[in-house]
Write a protein that binds this ligand. Structure first.
Ligand SMILES: [Zn+2]
Length: 434
């Protein structure tokens, strides 16, 4: 049976208990610092001006320490604590006396400090199981407007944890417009993970995301996908040096998809195109897109070569569905590959077959073919098929084909020397490797 007790705390008392470490935030409630500064300022404003604020909920379970804060985390751990620690200031608004506007906590006079610290808030102390906590909030939220992102955050598991983690990636956090809004970062992280799992465009509506949260709640596959998401985000972070004006939510997904496919299927890692070129390509694309959009509104004629932009503009909608993503993605890929023909599709076959190896081995006279600049330790020695390694002469990552003509028979030492030389030359190139 759930036990409840309503208690009144001053802000100071509640904050003191929190600072003492007695109140913890349970893993299943962990959200991170997701309120914007403005959200926090509003809350402090409500405290100061004596507006009503929601109750805090603490699960005590009858013990005197390790209370769990089950509701009010943003308010206590980030707004109140952050304000007292001078991490943000008061709003510049008529609700705050002129001389106090934009003041930090440390600059307030004692009356204002008292007013804030002595403000009384309601805390409901509950004793119940974790399942009952969830049930309780389910009931509380019934009839209240709750965002689908907020509901998804309640679906515990690997997928949610992965999204929380990815939402803190510097690319999402700093370079996508609007990602600092409550749960928006989680949503972006969920969507790119789903694109990575699908290896291409797919429906990304709230309902689809909820299914992914559940399907991958306990999945050993997920870490592989998460690793690939991080790789793509890392690249994007270095390519887009600033927060581009066009990097809104929907363009971000399209651009993500572009790099995901480029890294997976094209000779991206050969770095034939540098970061600045990618950045420039997107700058130009979105400037042109805007220009065509204006022409469309003014009913001006659109040149035939710009029809791609008309199709792109028409495919923009609020909900992200497979068709519109597909359309935008194929336009971007096509235009990019036309402009940069040196970027080639990688051979989908990465490994030589047994038959190919036999032919390569025979053609080499069953000896090591060696590498320039390295003394082969088994030069001219005949060895059996399994002794050698079968290597792409032009690297697979650079677009080298998995064919007999591009295959080389090398001893392990020669092969590893060649690989190390390759890694070196990539590192010394104009761009960074990850
Ligand atoms: Zn050798």
């Amino acid at each position: 049976m759930i036990k409840r007790e309503l208690k009144l705390y001053t802000v100071k008392e509640l904050h003191d208990v929190f600072s003492s470490g007695k109140i913890i935030i349970p893993d299943y409630q962990r959200e991170g610092d997701i309120w914007t500064t403005s959200d926090k300022q509003y809350f402090i404003d409500s405290i100061y001006n004596n507006f009503s604020v929601p109750k805090f909920y603490i699960r005590t379970n009858g013990v005197e320490d390790k209370w769990e804060l089950v509701e009010g985390q943003q308010r206590l751990a980030w707004a109140i604590d952050g304000f007292i620690k001078n991490k943000f200031n008061l709003r510049s608004d008529k609700s705050i006396p002129q001389e106090m506007r934009e003041s930090f906590f440390c600059d307030l006079d004692s009356d204002a400090v008292d007013k804030i610290l002595n403000r009384v808030v309601e805390v409901e102390m509950v004793e119940c199981t974790r399942e009952e906590v969830r049930e309780m909030f389910d009931r509380l939220n019934r009839g209240r407007i709750i965002s689908s992102a907020e509901r998804r955050n309640g679906i515990e598991g690997d997928f949610r944890d992965s999204c929380i983690d990815l939402s803190e990636h510097k690319m999402i956090l700093g370079k996508v417009d609007g990602s600092l809004k409550r749960f928006k970062g989680h949503e972006i992280a969920a969507q790119v993970t789903m694109l990575e799992i699908e290896e291409g465009p797919r429906n990304l509506k709230a309902k689809d995301m909820e299914i992914a949260y559940k399907a991958y709640a306990d999945s050993s596959e997920l870490s592989k996908h998460k690793k690939r998401v991080k790789r793509v985000l890392n690249e994007m972070y270095y390519i887009f040096k600033i927060r581009e004006s066009y990097m809104n939510f929907s363009n971000f997904l399209t651009i993500y998809l572009f790099f995901s496919e480029l890294i997976r299927c094209y000779t991206y890692s050969s770095k034939k195109v540098c970061f600045e070129d990618y950045n420039q390509f997107f700058d130009d694309f979105y400037i042109k897109k805007k220009e065509i959009s204006k022409k469309m509104k003014a009913m001006e004629p659109i040149p035939a070569e710009d029809m791609d932009f008309v199709v792109y503009n028409e495919s923009l909608s609020n909900t992200v569905n497979k068709e519109t993503l597909e359309t935008r993605h194929s336009i971007l890929m096509k235009r990019f590959l036309d402009e940069f023909p040196e970027v080639k599709a990688k051979d989908t076959n990465r490994f030589f077959t047994r038959e190919q190896k036999e032919e390569i081995h025979n053609a080499a006279g069953k000896t090591c073919e060696g590498v320039e600049g390295f003394d082969c330790p088994v030069l001219g020695e005949v060895h059996e098929l399994g002794y050698f390694e079968y290597d792409h002469d032009e690297e697979h990552a650079d677009g080298g084909l998995t064919t007999i003509a591009n295959g080389r028979c090398r001893c392990p030492e020669c092969h590893s020397y060649k690989t190390s030389q390759n890694v070196k030359s990539r590192k010394s190139g104009q761009t960074l490797m990850f």
